[in-house]
Ligand binder design. Sequence first.
Ligand code: CP3
Length: 346
Amino acid sequence: MNESGVAIPVVEALHGRKQAVPPVWLMRQAGRYLPEYRAIREKTGSFLALCSTPELAAEVTLQPVRRFGFDAAIVFSDIMIVPLALGQRVTFEADEGPRLDPVMDATLIDSWRGHIDDAVLAPVYDTIRLVKAALPAGVALIGFCGAPWTLATYMVAGQRTLDHAPVRCFAYAEPAAFGRLIEILTAASVEYLSRQLDSGVDAVQIFDTWAGVLPPDQFARWCIQPVASIVAQLRSRVAHAKIIAFPRGVGTLLGPYVECVEPDGIGLDWMIDKKFARDCVPAAMAIQGNLDPIALLAGGAALDRAVDEVLEAFANRPFIFNLGHGILPQTPIAHVERMVARVRDR
Ligand code: CP3
């Protein structure tokens, strides 16, 4: 329930309560596939300038909710805000994603301990307050951060790499220094997410986009353990915290992941076998996902079938309809409309 006593379906699902019509939102729902986003983005200059201007960030957060009537808004920002707040240089190259000054230096890493530049994060909290005041009753506001492992992949390599060799070599060669980086990111994430919850988000999502590239023992150490620690610490700081974990590519390690992390909701990618996933996830834990973003791009009867498969696989349990990863910028708006109608009017 929100202050006015209206139930928020996304939050209800995260309490383990099945909704007759599943709530729906999309990862990366604010962005380049929307003409109204592109119009604001063109006027704003850099992507980071947009993220750190609360009035504009609030506006682009609200755009997809207005257009499609989604059940949740996700705060417009980026996971790279945390490395920036720790003192790493971060820029965004047009259409190429983040560029950071690569770190493999233990002394530099140690210099970040306990350091977090609040001025970098403050605009996010202001955006949250503005969006919260403008959102229709019943629509959830979701905050987020990147999981320590996924942040480290970018922080060590300086950019996205295909094989994640830089970060994986560093973790093999200097596990103690790498462990300290993961600890620093874990502590910063707890601080950042608890401030987001204090500012008014209804739930938070932890994005572990590159969780799927590690062997099981390293997955336990660098993905499961830090995210489990964030979840436990967050709950002890904010009793009502509702938390969604999204370990993309988790595959056969889903069972141990949900058992150790114990999130309120588990985000699934589109690659996982739906029956396998259903059998691994406790009945009271919400599942979120997992439409293939390419099915949404393809549209037509193939999209309808893919939507139906997701709805049927996760009927009769707490469930939030979403994609299995972010919406692609070339996705036609009509396909999103068709998807939402199919979820709600079947
Ligand atoms: O609508 C929303 O979901 C809220 C905003 C949001 C953005 N990034 C805005 C963004 C969220 C939740 C993210 C998360 C994020 N950012 C992740 C985890 C989820 C995922 O998609 O894997 C990662 C790995 C990043 C890092 C990042 N930021 C990359 C790799 C890129 C380039 C690729 C791309 O999609 O453009 C970005 C840039 C970015 N983040 C844009 C947006 C709207 C595009 C910037 C622009 O408008 O020029």
